[in-house]
Design a protein around this ligand. Structure first.
Ligand SMILES: [Zn+2]
Ligand SMILES: [Zn+2]
Length: 246
C-alpha cells in the first residue's frame, strides 16, 4: 500500500516542532509527491496560528520553498476550528480563497464566537455538562460541522468522531454529497475503527494523513494503513493511495 501525499502536518506556527522547510524535507525523504502544511486555526486557544499576519508569513514561506523544492507540491493549508453553532470556521475571510487545502476538525479549547458557541464548547469540555444533555450536545455538534461542510470548500474532515461527540453517519452522508473526504488519521489507532466503519456505507471517500507534529512523523501512515487493512476499506475509496491521484 503506497500513500503518495500527506495533506495534514503541523509546524511551529501552531504546536508542531519542525519548521515548514523541515516538514518538506522530511516529506521528500519519504518519497512523497505532495505535503500539506495545515496548522491549527487561530481560534484554538494557546496553540492556534497567530492570526492573519502569521498566515501571510506562512504563505510567503511556502511560495519561497516551492521555488527551492521543485520536485514536491507544497500546499498552503489550515486545520480550521468550528467557532459557532452555525458552522462558522476560524479562517480569516481574506485568506480563505488563497488556501490550497482547507481541513476542518473539531477540537476542544476553541475560542467561541458568541454565547451559544460558548455553551456548546463548555458542554463538550464537560462531556454533557452545562445543562446540555449528551443527545442534544451530539445533535448540536453534528449540525455545526455539517453546516461547515455545506458553507465552505472543505477538502477533508480531520479525525472525525474524535474529541467531540458527533453523529458520524449523518456527517458522512453530507460529506459524500459535497465531495468532502473523511480523514483516516495515522496519529490514532483502533479508536477510529467505529467511526470509519460507520462512515463506509454512506459512500464517503477517504484521505490518509499523518497529522504529524514533528518532521520525523511526516509521511508516517502505519496506523492508517493498518486500519485500512483491518476494516477492508476499498483502496479505490482512498484518494491518496496509488494508483489514484488527485
Ligand atoms: Zn486535529
Ligand atoms: Zn492536526
Amino acid at each position: 500500500m503506497q500513500v503518495y501525499a500527506d495533506y495534514h502536518t503541523h509546524t511551529t506556527y501552531s504546536h508542531g516542532r519542525g519548521s515548514i522547510e523541515e516538514n518538506v524535507e522530511a516529506a521528500l525523504k519519504r518519497g512523497l509527491e505532495a505535503v500539506g502544511i495545515a496548522d491549527h486555526g487561530p481560534g484554538h486557544f494557546f496553540i492556534g496560528v497567530r492570526g492573519l499576519p502569521a498566515l501571510r508569513k506562512m504563505q510567503r514561506e511556502i511560495v519561497r520553498l516551492r521555488k527551492k523544492y521543485l520536485q514536491i507540491k507544497i500546499l498552503f493549508g489550515i486545520e480550521a476550528n468550528i467557532i459557532d453553532t452555525d458552522g462558522t470556521i476560524d479562517v480569516p475571510l481574506q485568506i480563505l480563497p488563497e488556501l490550497d487545502i482547507l481541513l476542518v476538525g473539531f477540537h476542544k479549547l476553541v475560542k467561541p464566537r458568541n454565547a451559544k458557541a460558548l455553551l456548546l464548547g463548555a458542554g463538550n469540555m464537560m462531556a454533557g455538562g452545562c445543562g446540555l444533555r449528551p443527545k442534544l450536545l451530539r445533535a448540536l455538534n453534528t449540525r455545526a460541522i455539517c453546516l461547515a461542510v455545506q458553507r465552505y470548500p472543505v477538502y477533508a474532515i480531520t479525525h472525525p468522531g474524535q474529541q467531540v461527540d458527533i453523529d458520524t453517519a449523518e456527517l458522512a452522508a453530507v460529506c459524500a454529497r459535497r465531495g468532502t473526504l473523511f480523514e483516516i488519521n495515522s496519529s490514532y489507532g483502533k479508536e477510529l475503527d467505529g467511526f470509519i466503519k460507520t462512515a463506509l456505507p454512506a459512500g464517503v471517500n477517504f484521505v490518509v494523513n499523518s497529522d504529524a507534529h514533528t518532521p520525523e512523523r511526516v509521511g508516517d501512515f502505519q496506523e492508517a494503513c493498518r486500519l485500512i487493512e483491518r476494516l477492508q476499506v476499498p483502496p479505490e475509496r482512498v484518494v491518496n493511495l496509488r494508483p489514484n491521484r488527485l
